[in-house]
Design a protein around this ligand. Structure first.
Ligand SMILES: [Zn+2]
Length: 670
């Protein structure tokens, strides 16, 4: 029988036939498809015809198509629904993939053809998109070591393979620690927990094959536990387990991996002629330099710290009045902050939550996409990899646009956090290919599933990334959808979050799970008024993480990352009761791979633009202004990486923004 991963997929929209694929199919499919890709690359590099854009760049774009198809199925499953077998395959594949990409990037004959095209680029009659794709391919080769020779070339190859192995180990260790730990709650341990937390804790117990209630390290369970449990001892225990992920000693400890990763990244950058890894990494981002990143972060840090310190005093006073002596600790912050929110904004998460049903929030995201871009969503009956995952067909004026898959619930084999990925990206080279886009979240289950406002924001965030993929309209896959610089990629996602806070959206979709009544007007008002509540805390925990990430990669490499982390935080005057959003041993953004390394600041860089971009809608006549929606689609959501991001933003807005709109949006403007 032929390998189902390599066959034609006779399914709706050629969604992978998950039911037919077994874990045993991946390794043989990987080997066959990589061999085919290698042959295709060989044909390009051995070609004796004069290099042309078509016989070199377009051929390269298409050389690994079936290999990429195998990988996209595999990595989507490995992230959303892992098994020990899949983890083992991941460990096996990652060095092989790194070696394969080095093999391409260091293929001298191939690079020579690309370089020939690059040198004669003005005479090739290329379209704007083609010029950009040529530039990006050539830059990719150079930055991967195509111009290195001899021992340096060999060493870089080794370094890249080792980094790939370390990145995989880092995420697997984290997943193991997250999966292993849980805390059973006896009947007397439930005080203060509202129904939705009890439901989620009971669902988590069932998933573990237990009765009663358990707290796990899933963010959507541990956060409300820390907000509501009146048991300070249990909050401390849960919190300490949460921040110990990846730092528990033994086989799953990530601290040595972090140190090795940083040293190898530095070596990689220096082999390529850069001062340090941050300089290498940021060169191709909008920010360009470590100094530009530091400036933005510090502009935000000081006002955020001042706000957080003022808040800490108020929370400490509340704690003392509660009869608890001593300093406010990290496991106290959310608890007293929740109480204060109730006092100051009369906003009770438990009262709010029944109005935020998962299914209604999905409808809300779809409805906004419909009003802005004319997209329509209809349920698609297609077999997926897990019963919790759901699919929709996305159309516009009756035309197929994309398949959208939502996989919203937390479960043990799922990586933590939330993300958007594509099982297939949009492109027009070789036929009009429409995307298959996936949003994965970790929301707590329930009947019906209820979200916190933060969860709802996450749903909108990931859906914004999905729009960037679904509305993509470019010829070449390498610049399709979210294939843009890291500090630009969060613009569509964070921008879309703003629509969740549009009053008419909440009025329509925030309906009570039992009564079906819309959220009362005064609750809606209180919710929106509390929009910037506790922003000092969340800004501090984020910016501290971003600055530690930056300092890890800028200048001399720390031999002891934990000591460096402590040094950076001390230098910043980190408030006592706030920790980094992601401390080093669990900082998957930075250590699971290269994506956000020295680039965790990207969210904030994008936020400068999203605050300003939403302002453009408000100025123009409202959140659903059709002319602005058209500009947004034309210059940003459909454009992928077809132009320099600054050029795209300028075309949309006519100018670049400053940091003020961001500070105002966070309630931190003086
Ligand atoms: Zn994002």
């Amino acid at each position: 029988m032929t390998n189902p991963l390599l066959s034609h997929w006779d399914t709706p929209f050629e969604v992978a036939p998950f039911a037919q694929i077994s874990d045993d199919d991946f390794a043989p499919a990987f080997d066959i498809a990589i061999t085919k890709a290698r042959e295709n690359i060989g044909v390009i590099s051995d070609n004796t015809d004069t290099p042309t854009f078509e016989n070199t760049i377009e051929a390269l774009e298409q050389a690994a198509e079936s290999f990429e198809r195998v990988l996209s199925v595999f990595y989507n499953l490995a992230g959303a629904d892992s098994t020990p077998k899949r983890e083992e395959l991941q460990r096996d594949f990652s060095p092989k993939l790194a070696a394969f990409s080095s093999e391409i990037n260091m293929n001298a004959a191939l690079f020579c053809r690309v370089e020939t095209l690059w040198q004669s680029r003005d005479d090739l009659g290329l379209t704007g998109e083609q010029s950009r794709v040529l530039m990006l391919h050539r830059r990719g080769f150079v930055r991967a070591g195509a111009m290195l020779e001899g021992a340096n070339r060999d060493r870089l190859k080794e370094v890249l393979e080792r980094l790939a192995v370390l990145g995989t180990e880092f995420s697997q260790n984290l997943l193991a620690d997250e999966r292993d730990w849980f805390m059973e709650l006896a009947a007397g341990d439930l005080d203060g927990l509202p129904d939705f937390v009890l439901d989620a804790a009971s669902a988590a117990a069932q998933e573990k094959g237990l009765g009663g209630h358990v707290v796990t390290l899933s963010r959507s369970l541990i956060t409300p536990f820390l907000q509501f449990s009146i048991r300070r001892d249990l909050r401390q225990k849960a919190y300490e387990a949460f921040v110990a992920r990846g730092a528990n000693g033994g086989d799953t400890d990530n601290r040595a991996i972090a140190a090795q990763t940083l040293a190898l990244r530095q070596e990689r950058a220096q082999l390529l002629g850069y001062k340090d890894f941050a300089s290498f990494k940021l060169e191709t981002e909008m920010a360009k330099t470590p100094d530009a990143v530091r400036k933005l972060l510090m502009d935000v840090w000081e006002p955020a710290k001042a706000a957080a310190n003022a808040d800490a005093e108020i929370l400490a006073r509340m704690m003392h009045e509660d009869g608890v002596n001593g300093e406010l600790e990290a496991w106290d912050w959310r608890y007293y902050s929740e109480k204060r929110r109730l006092i100051e904004h009369d906003l009770d998460e438990a009262e709010l939550k029944p109005y935020l049903q998962l299914d209604r929030m999905i409808e809300a995201a779809f409805d906004c996409a419909n009003r802005l871009f004319g997209l329509e969503f209809s349920p698609l009956d297609v077999g997926l990899y897990h019963e919790d995952a759901r699919a929709w067909e996305v159309t516009r004026s009756g035309q197929h646009v994309a398949v959208f898959i939502g996989d919203y619930f937390a479960r043990g084999p799922k990586r933590s956090g939330a993300w958007c990925s594509a099982m297939r990206s949009q492109k027009k080279l070789g036929g009009d290919v429409r995307p298959i886009v996936v949003n994965v979240c970790n929301f707590a289950k329930g009947e019906p599933a209820l979200l916190s406002f933060d969860d709802a924001r996450t749903l909108f965030h990931e859906f914004g990334h999905a729009l960037h993929q679904m509305l993509s309209d470019v010829t070449y896959e390498s610049i399709s959808g979210t294939s843009v610089s890291r500090d630009f990629v969060e613009l569509p996602s964070q921008l879309f979050e703003h629509w969740l806070e549009v009053p008419e959206v909440l009025k329509k979709f925030a309906t009570h799970a039992q009564t079906g009544e819309p959220m009362p007007a005064d609750m809606l008002k209180r919710l929106l008024a509390a929009g910037t509540y506790d922003m000092g805390f969340s800004t501090v925990e984020y910016v501290a993480s971003a600055l530690v990430d930056l300092e890890f990669h800028n200048g001399a490499t720390p031999t002891d990352p934990m000591a460096k982390q402590a040094e950076v935080l001390a230098g910043l005057g980190m408030p006592h009761a706030i920790r980094m959003r992601h401390a080093t041993p669990q900082f998957a953004h930075v250590f699971s791979g290269d994506g956000y390394s020295s680039a965790y600041y990207s969210y904030m860089w994008s936020e400068v633009m999203d605050a300003d971009a939403f302002g453009a809608f408000e100025e123009a006549g409202g959140a659903f202004d059709p002319a602005m929606a058209k500009l947004l689609e034309e210059h940003i959501l459909s454009a992928g990486g077809s132009k320099d991001p600054e050029e795209l933003y300028m075309a949309f807005r006519g100018r670049m923004p400053g940091v003020q709109a961001l500070l105002k949006g966070r309630g931190l403007a003086s």
